[in-house]
Structures are given as structure tokens and as C-alpha cells.
Write a protein that binds this ligand. Structure first.
Ligand code: FMN
Length: 149
């Protein structure tokens, strides 16, 4: 079965997950934006958190939304203010995920992702979900992915 991991990462946690997914046989598609969040975490959280709250869709660089050759899609997003990151909002809007086996891997600073969970349950009720706590500095979190898949 052909499997694809589509993900965004601002500060490297998603990249660590992607490396694990590659080992598990997934093709990898990293989503890129033409802007960077502020290096000041406070400012980044204010701006990115607000944009996530209003469900803003980020502009992506050359996003390839063709998933026709894949049976299984896994989507990776950092949690921004309990929600999906803005680049992943764009992915969800522009990718046809119908009839795909769907999994979400969310990575957070340790907090809950209530709104993201609610959205997944509403819009993708058959999808599997996992939330990893800062996997870049807690590599043991990556072992939980295999338990989910
Ligand atoms: C804009 C912004 C908002 C965030 N909001 C949350 C949050 O609500 N809850 C939480 O636990 N972590 C939050 N974080 C932390 C990130 O979700 C966490 O560090 C994640 O692992 C980052 O993934 P990345 O390194 O792949 O970008 C936030 C980070 C940013 C930049």
C-alpha cells in the first residue's frame, strides 16, 4: 500500500517525525511557506496563534496536492493555540482526502489540542489521531507512532 506523510514544521519537531515516517515506509512531502514565524517565541505565538484561531490559510510554496497514487495519507502539524497550523489549514482545504485512510500526527509543546481534535472528529470522523509532546527533545515519543499505525 502506498503511503504519504504531508507535514509542516516551523522549528524542527515535524522534521523528526518525518524522519521516523520515512523509516516506516512513507513518502515524505514537506509543506513550505514563503514566510517564517518570528524567532521570538512570544511574538510567534501571538501572531501564529491568532491566525490559527481565525483558521487562516497560509500561502504555500509550490504545494503539490496530487495524492491520487496514495491509499494512505498521514498529515503532520504543529499545534498552534490548540489548533492546526495555518500551512496545514491550506493543505486540508486544497487536498482531496476522500476515500483515503487518514491519520493525523500533531506535535505540541505539551498542551492539549482540543480544537484540532474537535475539527478532526467533525470533518474526518474515521481518521486516527496522535499527539506527540515536543518529539525533537523527547525522541521516545516517536515510538508511539507505531502503536497508532
Ligand atoms: C504560533 C504557535 C502556537 C503554539 N501553540 C501551542 C499550543 O496551543 N499548545 C501547545 O502545547 N504548544 C503550542 N505551541 C508549541 C508547538 O506546537 C510545538 O513546539 C511543536 O512541537 C512545534 O512543531 P515544529 O517544531 O515542527 O514547528 C505553539 C507554537 C507556536 C509557534
Amino acid at each position: 500500500m502506498s503511503k504519504l506523510f504531508i507535514y509542516y514544521s516551523n522549528s524542527g519537531n515535524g522534521d523528526v517525525v518525518a524522519s521516523k515516517m520515512k523509516d516506516l515506509g512513507y513518502d515524505i512531502r514537506k509543506v513550505l511557506t514563503n514566510y517564517k514565524l518570528s524567532k521570538n517565541l512570544f511574538l510567534a505565538c501571538i501572531k501564529g496563534g491568532f491566525h490559527a484561531t481565525i483558521k487562516k490559510k497560509a500561502k504555500l510554496n509550490n504545494y503539490n496536492n496530487d495524492v491520487t497514487n496514495y491509499d494512505e495519507i498521514c498529515i503532520g502539524s504543529p499545534i498552534w493555540n490548540g489548533r492546526f497550523s495555518c500551512p496545514i489549514n491550506t493543505v486540508l482545504k486544497n487536498t482531496n482526502l476522500e476515500n483515503k485512510l487518514l491519520t493525523f500526527i500533531l506535535y505540541s509543546g505539551g498542551g492539549e489540542a482540543k480544537k484540532a481534535y474537535q475539527r478532526i472528529l467533525k470533518e474526518y470522523p474515521t481518521a486516527k489521531i496522535i499527539i506527540l509532546k515536543q518529539p525533537k527533545s523527547n525522541l521516545g515519543e516517536l515510538d508511539r507512532i507505531e502503536e497508532l499505525l
